[in-house]
Every structure is written in structure tokens, then in C-alpha cells.
Design a protein around this ligand. Structure first.
Ligand code: UD2
Length: 301
């Protein structure tokens, strides 16, 4: 997209900042971020930063004034924090997301929201398609599901152009901190020659999707005519965690051992996306294989 005024909530965070980087050369980009986990060093120079919380209607109003598109990526991303404090994460992930939708209504802006594979809970069938049953197994999943449903409803009721992207396991540069994913954890361990810690037997599988592919999905979502829909964004390939540990150890020439710990309570056994809908409708095609994605993380390219 070009020559648009866009707002990226959570624009200083992991996925948000990559999106900002892609948008900034050709668009007027604003970000709204409270910098609770995001970082200014993630941002290019020519973006307008509104430092504030999405729970604050005034900050949101200021950031969203006159925008054509809102990419909504601000969230409390930790599933375990949502388990410890469901109301708190609900405030940000759902209540504040409704503020975002209301603001979009006021501006008549398109909204692309970050939904999640968490809406499916423990999937009944694999790969999981958008029509599969949604039974979240965490407050986080419930919050994302409700947001996802609201986006559909806002299209239905108010004619707002909305798209929900259900991300599977995102990874890539700048994913860090205590709630980062298994790839960044394993990579840190391997690079320090410390034991790589598999939780459980390592036979659980995930669909790892590189953040640059997630950015592409957002760009397609910004222009699609098929609004009011949710799309799975993954690769369609499932990788066992044990295999991931070995791949990362090899890619880093690490001396790390691979050790097993107790499984994570409530861990989802298998997760993999059926991306037929995103392919057909958005023209989405994952470009970065897990091998290449890991190699570029190792090389820092
Ligand atoms: C992902 C998302 C989460 C939510 C969820 C929906 C990330 C970071 N989180 O959670 O936001 O959308 O999917 O289902 O993408 N593991 C180890 N050792 C470690 C760390 C993790 O073995 O040191 C295992 C862990 O037990 C799990 C797998 O790796 O089986 C993936 O863990 P994760 O935290 O990266 O992501 P996940 O799928 O729990």
C-alpha cells in the first residue's frame, strides 16, 4: 500500500515494528505504544510516535485521527499472564480492542487485527481450518476469539472494513523478553552453549511462521475486498519441538545438550494451519522456510 495514513497499535513491538518498517517508506505511519514491551530502537525515524496505552481513549483518539487503516497489534501477548490475571489481560486484549474498533468506526478506517491460533484451543482436526470449532483453552484465547468475532460483526452491523489474521507461531528478529517464543529461547540457549530445554517429550508440533510473512499477510489484508473474514496465517507445515531443537543446535554449531523438562500444563499438543483461505482469497504465500528463517536469525541478516 502507498500514500495512506496508517496507525499501528503496538507498533514498537515484535510484529508491529516489522510492519512499521514495511509501511514507513511509502505511507504516513503513526504508532501507538506504551513501551511496556516494545522498544524505540525498533522504529525507523520517519514515524510519528504516540506514547500511550490503548486503554486510554484520548491517546487512541489522538493517534487514530484521520487514518485510513488501523493495524491493531497492541496486546498482552503472554498466555500465562492471561491465566494468572484474566481481567487485566482482558482489559487490554478485549476492552481496549473494542475502543480501537469504535475509533475505526468514527474514522471509517479499515481495521486489520492480530488474532491467534489460540482461538482453536486444542484443535480437533489437523491442519485446522477457519471453520473448525473454536474452544480456547486460555483467557488469552477467549479474548482473541471475541475480538475476532467482533471484527466480523462490525463489518456485518456497521459496514466497517475489518480483517482478522489468526497468527500461528510467529518468530523472527526482535522477538525477545520473558514471553518470547520457543525459537528465540532455544537460540539463546544454543548460542550460550547452555542446555536446550524441551518441555515434555518434544513430539508436540507447531506451525512456525516468519514475521516477514506475517507482514505480507497484513499488507494483503489492507487491500482485500473480502472483509469481515478471519484468515489463518501460518505455513501449513508442522515441526516437532525436538526437531526444532536439533535444527537450532546444528545451525549454531552449538555444544549444547538437549534436555527434557516437565511438560507445560495445558500445552497444546499439535498446532498447524490450513492456509487455503488466505492463499485463495488474500493471495498469501509463505516465503520463508523454517530452515532459512533460523539461518538468517543465526547470521543476523
Ligand atoms: C503460541 C503463542 C501464543 C498463542 C498460542 C496459541 C508464541 C510465543 N506464543 O504459544 O501467543 O497464540 O500459540 O496456541 O508464539 N517449549 C519448550 N521449551 C521452551 C519453550 C517452549 O519445549 O523453552 C515448547 C512449549 O512447551 C510448546 C512449544 O515449545 O510446546 C511452543 O511454545 P511457545 O511458548 O513458543 O508457543 P505456544 O505454541 O505455547
Amino acid at each position: 500500500i502507498r500514500d495512506k495514513t496508517v496507525l499501528v497499535t503496538g507498533g514498537a513491538g515484535f510484529i508491529g515494528s516489522h510492519l512499521v518498517e514495511a509501511l514507513a517508506p511509502h505511507n504516513e505511519v503513526r504508532i501507538l505504544d506504551n513501551f511496556s514491551s516494545g522498544d524505540r530502537t525498533n522504529l525507523p525515524e520517519n514515524v510519528t510516535i504516540v506514547e500511550g496505552d490503548i486503554r486510554d481513549p484520548i491517546a487512541l483518539q489522538q493517534a487514530a485521527r484521520g487514518v485510513d487503516i488501523i493495524f491493531h497489534h497492541a496486546a498482552v501477548v503472554s498466555v500465562s499472564r492471561s491465566v494468572d490475571a484474566p481481567r487485566q489481560s482482558n482489559e487490554t486484549n478485549l476492552d481496549a480492542s473494542l475502543l480501537v474498533l469504535e475509533q475505526a468506526r468514527q474514522e471509517d478506517a479499515r481495521v486489520v487485527v492480530a488474532s491467534s491460533a489460540a482461538v482453536y484451543g486444542h484443535p480437533d482436526e489437523l491442519p485446522v481450518s477457519e471453520t473448525a470449532s473454536t474452544e480456547p483453552s486460555s483467557p488469552y484465547g477467549i479474548q482473541k476469539l471475541a475480538l475476532d468475532q467482533y471484527t466480523r460483526l462490525y463489518e456485518d452491523l456497521y459496514g466497517l472494513e475489518t480483517v482478522a489474521l489468526r497468527y500461528f507461531n510467529a518468530y523472527g528478529p526482535r522477538q525477545q523478553g520473558p514471553y518470547s517464543g520457543v525459537i528465540s529461547t532455544f537460540l539463546e540457549q544454543a548460542q550460550a552453549d547452555e542446555p536446550i530445554t524441551i518441555e515434555g517429550d518434544g513430539e508436540q508440533t507447531r506451525d512456525f511462521v516468519h514475521v516477514s510473512d506475517i507482514v505480507w499477510a497484513n499488507l494483503y489484508a489492507a487491500t482485500t475486498d473480502d472483509v469481515g473474514e478471519a484468515y489463518n496465517i501460518g505455513t501449513g507445515t508442522r515441526t516437532p519441538i525436538e526437531e526444532l531443537a536439533e535444527t537450532i543446535r546444528d545451525a549454531t554449531d552449538s555444544l549444547s545438550s538437549i534436555v527434557h523438562r516437565d511438560p507445560r500444563p495445558g500445552d497444546i499438543r499439535h498446532s498447524g494451519a490450513d492456509i487455503t483461505r488466505a492463499k485463495r482469497t488474500l493471495g498469501f504465500e509463505p516465503r520463508v522456510s523454517l530452515e532459512c528463517g533460523i539461518q538468517s536469525l543465526v547470521d543476523g541478516t
